[in-house]
Design a protein around this ligand. Structure first.
Ligand code: UDX
Length: 452
């Protein structure tokens, strides 16, 4: 009927406001702000709620409305609380933000109709807030899809996942991998967070993933069977919008001019993301591995990432003289631009999901040294499932590391790896084109939100 149609149109018009709540860490801020941009171009009005801690650079986003809430971090008097680890900080904020977030959202909804709330999966507290305000919540999961069933299995002891299509790939995980998944914080803190994340994701209205179907079809199947809510793998977000504008640190552009002077596919790009930490011994071994490889390298050493050092103090004596012009070290780089540069031959990475995906999109083979969280899972997929990288761990000698680096970039054996990287890159491009899986998934997400 005409009346019915008119009512639908009114409701679609009213459903144009979205409230987004990113988790305040680089690897989570980037995908959430990219998603905000994607939905903005689809005609939505974007309101971003953020914490005082790591608040995003608003001047790069005049098109969004930003509102901050107090996270209580600076006011915390609890001395026994160890806020050194990321997971403890996240667990803390999941309690300290309840009140300010609820008050803010309730007030907002008095004056503005919102279609839904979109929050990071690591904000599990927001589900009951949304329920109490009768607002739908969609979850943004910033990791790979594959790591969701793995987390659920390990955290909840749910054996049922082993019966699903992902069984064989899960079996690839070694004891060492599993240990690393938990390494990122206290084990208790980790279990609590993962348990709540899975539980409240299941209670939500849908999950958006920063990935594409063809890459992780068995995981998508496993999730659809178990979570009973729609999943939207809308493609690598940075293919729609780059992440550079949400960088919390200043990106050193001299790395690009240095790359301009290097031969095609000759450089190893080395970066371990925004939170990984390493000991001095590991750092020194990395340096010698790079020297032994005889390859050119662009190395991001984030200040504070080597325990007990401000920046490069523990670089071995004579290292810079040994490598000479073959090496360039910076504090933070424009990573996506670096990976897209023709001089790049491989990426030595900790396999954070953003880095892994950015590498896949540029067809760059990886040298994998995962540290913790989802990284060991991502690294398994890179080396053993997609076969687009090699593994390097700190049990290897500097000579072995040097050989592995060289292999990924020049040797004959590395050729298959490089071919597979290129063909995966083509698959991403296809999935983003009109009619491709990521393209369609984004269309369905928009329709889904408008139907609320
Ligand atoms: C964290 C977790 O460690 C990761 O496992 C999880 O999947 C997401 O959250 P992080 O460790 O920072 O993230 O790694 P990653 O996911 O790779 O994100 C790093 C981001 O910083 C990327 O978007 C990358 O492009 C950017 N970056 C990195 C820079 O812009 N410059 C740099 O020099 C290094």
């Amino acid at each position: 009927s005409n009346q019915g149609q008119a009512a639908t149109m009114v409701s679609r018009f009213n459903n144009r406001t979205l409230v987004l709540f990113p988790l305040p860490f680089q690897g989570h801020i980037n995908p959430m702000l990219q998603l905000a941009n994607i939905l903005y171009t689809k005609g939505f009005k974007i309101i971003i709620i953020h914490t005082d801690f790591n608040s995003p650079n608003q001047s790069n986003y005049p098109q969004f409305t930003f509102r901050s809430i107090s996270d209580g971090l600076s006011k915390s008097k609890d001395e026994s609380l160890n806020l050194e680890t990321v997971n403890n900080v996240i667990n803390f904020m999941n309690k300290s933000c309840i009140e300010p977030f609820t008050i803010f959202l309730a007030k907002l909804l008095e004056v503005e109709h919102a279609a839904c709330l979109i929050t990071d999966s690591l904000w599990p507290f927001t589900q009951s807030v949304a329920d109490s305000l009768k607002l739908k919540r969609i979850v943004l999961r910033t990791s790979s899809m594959a790591c969701v069933p793995v987390y659920a299995t390990f955290a909840l002891g749910e054996k049922s996942y082993f019966k699903t299509a992902i069984k064989e790939e899960l079996a690839l995980m070694t004891e060492n991998d599993i240990e690393k998944v938990y390494k990122g914080g206290s084990e208790k803190g980790n279990k609590e967070l993962i348990y709540n994340m899975i539980k409240e994701t299941k209670a939500s209205s849908g999950i958006i993933f920063n990935t594409f179907k063809e890459l992780e079809e068995p995981a998508l199947l496993a999730i659809s069977q178990d979570f009973k809510i729609p999943s939207f793998p809308i493609g690598p977000f940075h293919k729609y919008f780059p992440a550079s504008s949400s960088s919390l640190l200043e990106q050193d552009r001299s790395s690009i001019s240095w790359l301009d002077h290097q031969p095609v596919s000759s450089v190893v790009y080395v970066s371990f993301g925004s939170i990984a930490q390493m000991g001095e011994a590991e750092f020194t071994k990395m340096a010698w591995g790079l020297a032994y490889s005889k390859q050119c390298f662009l190395w991001v050493v984030r200040p504070g990432s080597v325990s007990g050092c401000e920046w490069l103090e523990s670089l071995p004596k004579g290292f810079m003289e040994e490598v000479g012009e073959r090496g360039c070290i910076v504090k933070w780089a424009p990573q996506q631009e670096v990976l897209a540069h023709k001089a790049i031959g491989s990426f030595w990475t900790h396999n954070g999901w953003n880095s892994t995906l950015e590498s896949i999109c540029e067809g760059v083979p990886m040298i994998c040294s995962p540290c913790s969280y989802d990284q060991p899972i991502n690294a398994r997929y890179v080396t053993d499932v997609w076969k687009i990288g090699v593994k390097v761990d700190n049990k290897m000698s500097r000579e072995e590391i040097g050989i592995a680096i060289k292999r990924a970039i020049t040797e004959k054996e590395g050729e298959k790896i490089r071919q597979r990287s290129k063909s995966l890159q083509e698959k991403v491009n296809q999935s983003m084109q009109k009619g491709g899986s990521a393209y369609q998934s984004l269309e369905s997400l928009v329709e889904y939100i408008l139907s609320f």
